[in-house]
Design a protein around this ligand. Sequence first.
Ligand code: GLY
Ligand code: MN
Ligand code: MN
Length: 440
Amino acid sequence: MTIPEITTEEYQQRRSQFAMRIGAHSIAIIPAAVELYRNADVTHSFRQNSDFYYLSGFNEPDAVLIIIGGDAGEDILFCHPYDPHYEIWNGRRAGVEGAIDTYRFARAYPIAELNKRLLELCRGKERIYYPLGRHTHSDQWMLHTIKEMYQNHRAGFHYPEQIYLPNHILHDMRLHKSHAEIAVMRYAAAVSIDAHLCAMRNCHPGGSEHDLSTDLIHQFHLGGATHPAYGSIVAAGSNACILHYNDNCATIADGDLVLIDAGCEIDCYAADITRTFPANGRFTPRQRDIYSLVLQAQKDALAVIRPGKSWNDFHDSAVSSLSQGLLDLGLLQGSIEEVIDKKLYQQFYMHRTGHWLGLDVHDVGSYEHNGQWRHLEPGMVMTVEPGLYITENCSAVDAQWRGIGVRIEDNVLVTPEGNEVLTQALPKEIDEVEAACAAL
Ligand code: GLY
Ligand code: MN
Ligand code: MN
């Protein structure tokens, strides 16, 4: 399988669409990420800013994208110039020529010219779109530029008087995925599925969570991913009840369930998958009870995902299903109305049932409009991830239930007809999961 590509033309189209949506007399200023130091002169591995990447496809630090709004908008990139010395020590850079020839920006300049040119570019515009408060480094030069505007104002130049966040327009674009984006996300899902299957196969009592997280990383790299989309969670036994567990170094005991929440990142797009399986290959009866309940809740949630449904419907559906199941198992008492209205289920299910997925694992895009949950539309991608977590010291239930944590998480595309589970190929029925654990 080759990694699907998002073409230069698609990035150009995104910039034109964004230029049209911010409108004439507007200028958008979107900074790239900077390199961050881990210690001394050692940098963290570079990850581009998702908004910048969405509009540029340009994966170098310290650049700035300028978009002049309107039907005949213009895109300008400020970036590091080509530098043979830098190339010998640290790697290749596109340079100003590459920005124009390869990335198809209308204009490009060395980043060192930003200060001087930005003021000129802002002159005569009515509004600036800039993500104020997101990036300390760029806030500093942005405030400096605004200060210069005040000073030049006295010289008779007209400068924008309004600053808008680009989020509403840009994040709404990011929320609706194109065919090319969906192809990349399918690929990220496929690589992540292979990684989960590998961990299920290799898991054995006496092994370590760490061994399985190593399997995941290895499979991600084999599939062409350079990074996981987020820190993998490999949680054996009651560690599965820690929602953001990331120690990943405990020994796996016979009789444990193992919860793995992991996905890779391909071309900056995330997969986000959770499966829970028995370390020794066989669910115990109590584990089976809890797992079946979560699986049914996930099916009930998936059944209501289609265009026109409100964002909260699938969460409500999972909550009803889990609540009824907890009552049936005797883990909660009272009526179903009471369990839901008083949120008694939150003792065992304390997170929401999903989130948008895309360039960020908890992707951008609003969940409500004018105080109402927004409606699902084709092209949106989300996770569906109900779970139940009964901590080892939970005195409200009989000891036989304690220390069981289960989550099942899939990645779901809203289609015109309903939905498509992009991660369907990863087993989740009990017998399929047991078979995947037993596979050689
Ligand atoms: N892996 C993060 C999440 O499931 O939301
Ligand atoms: Mn997850
Ligand atoms: Mn998730």
